[in-house]
Ligand binder design. Sequence first.
Ligand SMILES: [Fe+2]
Ligand SMILES: [Fe+2]
Length: 373
Amino acid sequence: MQHAPTRSGPVDSDGGIRQTGTDRPFLHVLADTSDKLSGICSILNEKFTIAGERLDADSRLSQTPAAIVIRAELRDVDNIAAIKKRASKLAKARKRIFLLDHASHVCISQAYALGATLVLSGTVTRTRLLAALADPAGGVSASSGDTSQPDNAVETAATAIASMFTAMTLGQPLDVEGTKEAGRQIADRITQHGLTEWLMTVRRHHEGTYQHCLLVTGVAIDFGLSLGVGRTDLERLYSAAMFHDIGKAQIPLAILDKPGRLDAAERALIETHPAAGYEFLKGHDGISPEILDAVRHHHEYLDGSGYPDTLCAESIGDIVRILTIADIFAALIEHRHYKPTMPRAEAYDILCGMNGKLEKALVRSFKQVALTR
Ligand SMILES: [Fe+2]
Ligand SMILES: [Fe+2]
């Protein structure tokens, strides 16, 4: 069944929608049912000029939108095929927000594999959707329509993380080289543009576990660069960082994304992720013992209070110590829709207050990474 685009602005000569004023950005909305389509359009109508289209219709819109919002059931192969068919058009929009009714690791991974720059799952309220579109760091403005290019290092890395989580969830083999290559691209990007630019880019593109992995990898790379580690260690570091939380593919999203405090049972479940990641990765070629060690032990502390093996200082290697600091710092500064982003200086103060758990000299060296780089 074909459906004509739903339009809320005047049609231009080539069938696209032109903006009605300079202050109304143009958005493209795609959905797999008419109900979903009209639901989203009614939320966005007041602030944006919208062209909406059902996924099963022939794509007729030619104007490049400032953002694309897609709401579809990604367990349905026809929807996936319809989105893939529009891939080149999607790639032109700087922001591609996927709204998922069914939140699972596989659906979220699928959305990123299809080019999402942000995935919102669960109940997507009007406030949350407008906030995602208005986010000042990467918000949609009237002029952002056709000038911005997709961000390659971020997209490559997010896709690599998506396929990594899918592989673990489905028990399929992992693309080890592809994941390492994504880490290498992040290292190049940070060497060229610095850490601050990376943190800003990642925070405006991604949420949740993916954002966390991208932030940890960036922070670990920059920490490694600032310490002057050699090429081999830098490779170990970014690979370990990319893989470090892969075990979270086995933890329900309701727990991973829970805004409030976790209860004891939830905490116990979360604490299984380093060993689960290690078990999955150790069956793969191309993952060195140092990387496996870092994945398994990134939650260990020098005073023996960490998990899963309650290691003490002498058993915790350098790569692990660096990764642990990068991991904690990244977790503190990450952007979640339910909490404000912690300033970098405040996050560094928390690291400094973790007496006995982290190597003091390393935390001191981390200061310039945390505050100035
Ligand atoms: Fe972790
Ligand atoms: Fe982590």
